[in-house]
Design a protein around this ligand. Structure first.
Ligand code: HPA
Length: 275
């Protein structure tokens, strides 16, 4: 059995052999930025299934791919499709794309997701830049066998999300008259939604939004000293006192609305701030 480092290196070597150069900017596209794939100028696209050691997709999940492309004239590596705990992947598998991106040169990472709004001042299809998080999935992506050899063990979490980037996105959102909150994201396993009592609990402990992803990737990115901006598209409003049954088609409709705004922000940010 290859060591974890050998697995990462094999994946990165394969990608490089396909002609993808070292790239410093990466994106992990969850629900919430799917529209990016339509406007990205694709230079190379590799299905995850071809990359050595990438986790195999479950029946339920879409085939993912790694894209090397250009947006607003800037080169980037985009992971289209992510792995969730609720699909029964372990944390090394969930965060494998982050480690491969790092091996390919990525030092700045944008992560998108869809989340439910806990904060009563938030509305459907609003965006929330993560300023902090509460990790409720149990365990840790840094507590898997062999992971301590891949970077520091006691990773600092005092400033997980880059404050300069958050500030820049705030400025742009104001200009574009787009509601953009800065809040705390609670990360749960799912895939069931929360009960009214659980939403009340999440509000009490200081969460502004809840979702089923992102934080494992963030923790590993911080172990690797990658700068992070993460943004949630708020697809439903979770009011424990008026909890309606979940409407999955509506969640996808709201995700589409929000992602157009996030894409507009990203494009302006790349033009103005990213060199
Ligand atoms: N809970 C958890 N994850 C979610 C939700 C939610 O209400 N909405 C979108 N992702």
């Amino acid at each position: 059995m290859n060591t974890l480092q050998q697995q990462i290196t094999a994946a990165a070597d394969f990608v490089q052999q396909r002609g993808i150069p070292s790239t410093s900017f990466g994106i992990i596209l969850g629900t919430g930025l799917g529209a990016l794939a339509d406007v990205l100028e694709v230079i190379h696209s590799i299905p995850y299934s071809e990359i050595p050691n990438f986790p195999k997709p479950t029946v339920a999940s879409h085939e993912g791919r790694l894209i090397y492309g250009r947006l607003e004239g800037k080169e980037m590596l985009v992971c289209q499709g992510r792995f969730h705990r609720y699909e029964a992947y372990n944390y090394f598998q969930i965060t494998f794309p982050v480690r491969v991106l790092h091996a390919l040169g990525v030092r700045q990472l944008l992560i998108s997701n869809a989340a439910g709004a806990i904060n009563p001042n938030y509305a459907k299809a609003d965006l929330m830049v993560l300023k902090d998080h509460i990790f409720l999935q149990g365990g840790s992506p840094l507590a898997e066998a062999g992971v301590a050899e891949l970077g520091p063990r006691f990773v600092d979490m005092s400033q997980p999300y880059d404050s300069e980037w958050r500030q820049q996105f705030s400025v742009l959102a104001k200009e574009q008259q787009q509601p953009l909150h800065q809040g705390v994201y609670a990360s749960v396993v799912g895939p069931q939604l929360e009960t009214a009592a659980e939403y009340r609990y999440l509000r009490t402990i200081g969460a502004d939004a809840v979702g089923m992803s992102t934080v494992p990737e963030v923790i590993v990115a911080l172990q690797l000293e990658i700068k992070i901006l993460a943004c949630a598209v708020l697809t439903d409003v979770c009011d424990p006192d008026q909890l309606a049954p979940i409407d999955i088609p509506d969640i996808f409709t709201q995700a589409k609305r929000g992602e157009e705004c996030l894409l507009a922000l990203l494009r302006t940010w790349l033009q103005r701030y990213y060199s």
